[in-house]
Design a protein around this ligand. Structure first.
Ligand code: MN
Length: 445
């Protein structure tokens, strides 16, 4: 567990004026990492840190030679199109860089003259997936989501007995992961129409989103050597927002007996910024389960995990249909919840993933699974909000939705806020689905 230090001081202010604006996602207490380049300049992507409405170019900070020791080494590792090298350096290097950046960006810093040239306005930038993601695993940590979805797919048997013991997950696909702004065609596939005994082929009619967080692995573990729960957080570099787009009709037909496949692997969208575990330290909360829930097996249980294993990260999903965009109507909130309601903690996911000897590598991504809270309004998917498509959701302009239609943009935001700490945000992840291309796909010649 990370102790609070000077970088978390809520009184800290930056010489970057926009970072001090109340409600902004990137105050000096945050300092999230991403990769960026100036739009239209033909530049390479490289590492940066968001501060107010700007990005600090870590390559330029490195070139300025103003840091020393581990922090300087970390800057060199961050000046790459992917952050895997920085992730592999480990917690002491991440902490040294954070401390150096915090001092350099603070209002009493003497480095302002050296660093002002390394600040770029976010409005001029574009982003990339912040790491080369070797492997992507998606978990299923919300018992509220698992129960609601289980009820729709298996009314007689909503929650399978293993759920309360095993952090359920599946190995996903990393090749279709993109950064915020992703546009993708509606997936096609096999579905079984209601009342039919034979499937049909065509565009998905029940396209959905899933509100999730993504955990980026920092240092990995050797094949055959599990990560103990007590060390698990040292292996997590940070957290981003993740939208696990899902084709529910494909899913219903294909998922038994081996789980999700084509219903999931056509697109996954990430927010550009990774908020470090150290930045999240002020928002730790006890890992609490409802009365009557079993105690985890010993390898998934510890005093520190029970006392502060969960994190209160608020998560919100909003929709803007094509018509809303034409009418100039802002995205409409669909739901809001918190990661604190998850049935398993981030540390438990790492400990469980490696307990059989499986090796995680720097830049691997672990999705938390859909985050749905205890009340129906906190559901993190349309499948739940529309009760399996039976209760349409009313939109402000008179439209309705059960599932996503072509031209819909889905926006997710996340933030942490509590009295006595600075509010920090994750920025946003947005994505848009467009009509499936005409059947026949690409033609040869
Ligand atoms: Mn998912």
């Amino acid at each position: 567990m990370i102790e609070l230090n000077k970088t978390h001081d809520p009184e800290l202010r930056s010489w970057v004026a926009s970072a001090n604006r109340p409600g902004n996602d990137f105050p000096i207490q945050n300092l999230p990492f991403g990769v960026f380049r100036r739009r239209g300049q033909g530049e390479l992507f490289r590492g940066g840190v968001a501060i107010g409405d700007c990005v600090l170019d870590l390559g330029r900070v490195h070139a300025a030679g103003v840091f020393s020791g581990l922090a300087h080494q970390a800057l060199a590792a961050a000046n790459k199109p992917e952050l895997n090298e920085l992730m592999a350096l480990g917690k002491p290097a991440w902490a040294a860089l954070r401390q150096a950046l915090s001092q350099a960006l603070a209002s009493d810093s003497t480095m302002q003259a050296h660093l002002a040239g390394a600040l770029l306005p976010q409005e001029e930038l574009e982003y990339s997936v912040p790491a080369r993601i070797g492997d992507y695993t998606d978990f299923y940590t919300s018992i509220h989501h698992a129960t609601s979805v289980g009820r729709l797919f298996r009314p007689d048997n909503p929650l399978l007995p293993n759920y309360r013991w095993v952090p359920i997950g599946y190995h996903g696909r990393s090749s279709s992961i993109r950064v915020s702004g992703q546009r993708f065609p509606r997936p096609r596939g096999q579905t079984l129409p209601p009342g039919s005994t034979e499937p049909v082929f065509g565009p998905s009619k029940r396209l959905d989103y899933e509100v999730e967080l993504g955990l980026f692995i920092g240092t990995g573990n050797a094949l055959g050597t599990p990560v103990a729960l007590s060390d698990a957080e040292d292996h997590i570099f940070g957290i981003c927002i993740l939208n696990d787009w899902s084709a529910r009709d494909l899913q219903a037909w294909e998922y038994q007996p081996l789980g999700p496949f084509l219903a999931k692997n056509f697109a996954t969208t990430l927010s550009p910024w990774i908020v470090t575990l150290e930045a999240l330290a002020p928002y730790r909360v006890p890992f609490a389960r409802a009365d009557g829930e079993p105690k985890p097996l010993p390898y998934l249980d510890s005093v520190s995990n029970a006392e502060a294993g969960s994190i209160d990260i608020r998560l919100e999903a909003s929709i803007q249909t094509g018509a809303m965009r034409t009418q100039g109507i802002a995205p409409q909130q669909l739901s809001c919840t918190s990661f604190r309601h998850a049935y398993w903690t981030a540390a438990q996911l790492v400990a469980h993933h490696t307990v059989n000897g499986c090796n995680l590598q720097p830049g691997d991504l672990l999705g938390t699974g859909t985050q749905s809270g205890p009340t129906p309004e906190e559901a993190g998917s349309l499948l739940e909000l529309s009760v399996g498509g039976k209760q349409p959701i009313a939109l402000v302009n008179g439209e309705q939705r059960t599932f996503l239609e072509d031209g819909d943009v889905l926006v997710m935001r996340a933030w942490c806020d509590r009295p006595g700490a600075a509010r920090i945000g994750f920025g946003e992840v947005s994505g848009e689905v467009f009509a499936a291309p005409a059947a026949g796909m690409s033609s040869a010649g």
